[in-house]
Design a protein around this ligand. Structure first.
Ligand SMILES: Cc1cc2nc3c(=O)[nH]c(=O)nc-3n(C[C@H](O)[C@H](O)[C@H](O)COP(=O)(O)O)c2cc1C
Length: 176
């Protein structure tokens, strides 16, 4: 069964997950920018399509485009993996997945979460600035919640908590 993995990555974590998945399954890989330019007929070649996007402010980047394809891809098997800095076993990651994929439009689409990390070196200047502002806002915030404290700790510096094991459920979904 032919599978395409479309991935949207800013600093490399989502790209690395897409690579792990492609290597393990023989699926083809394509960057989101290139996929967006393809005509609808191009996707007829694939029975399974996986979309991977990084998480920004609680949204999966590029998911809107993927959602717009759902009607045209009704006969295909579809999956999404989101890559964020939040640890996979945290309540925040759980809540994020429920909020993102809870709607009816996602019925029949498999949803996965892979923990990535933070890489300030590869981040765009604009996003680096956003993170700085968020850091400052959290620093001065009074009555911080547990989530605020977790976030403050999380975005303080670069780190890599990605692991191939988080790609395994997606790999299994592709080969099953
Ligand atoms: C502006 C900005 C907002 C972010 N918001 C979130 C978020 O809401 N939740 C989360 O888990 N990670 C968040 N992150 C972290 C990224 O999702 C994380 O660095 C991810 O691994 C990036 O993947 P990439 O390397 O494929 O671009 C944010 C990062 C930036 C720069």
């Amino acid at each position: 069964m032919k599978t395409l993995i479309i991935y949207n990555s800013q600093t490399g974590f989502t790209a690395k997950y897409a690579q792990w998945m492609a290597e393990a399954t023989g699926a083809e890989r394509m960057e989101f920018k290139a996929a967006k330019k393809k005509q609808a007929a191009f996707f007829d070649n694939y029975e399974k399509i996986v979309f991977g996007g990084w998480v920004m402010g609680g949204n999966v980047c590029g998911l809107k485009w993927f959602a717009e394809q759902l009607a045209g891809w009704a006969g295909k098997q579809l999956a999404v993996f989101a890559v964020g800095a939040t640890p996979a076993d945290s309540e925040m990651a759980d809540l994020f997945m429920k909020q993102t994929f809870g709607g009816d439009q996602w019925n029949g689409v498999a949803g996965f979460y892979c923990q990535g990390g933070i890489c300030y070196d590869k981040m765009s200047a604009g996003n680096r600035m956003l993170m700085k502002l968020l850091q400052k806002a959290l620093k001065v915030k009074k009555d911080k919640t547990k989530a605020d404290e977790e976030m403050e700790r999380m975005i303080g510096s670069s780190y890599d908590i990605s692991d191939r094991k988080y790609a395994e459920p997606v790999i299994n979904w592709i080969i099953e």
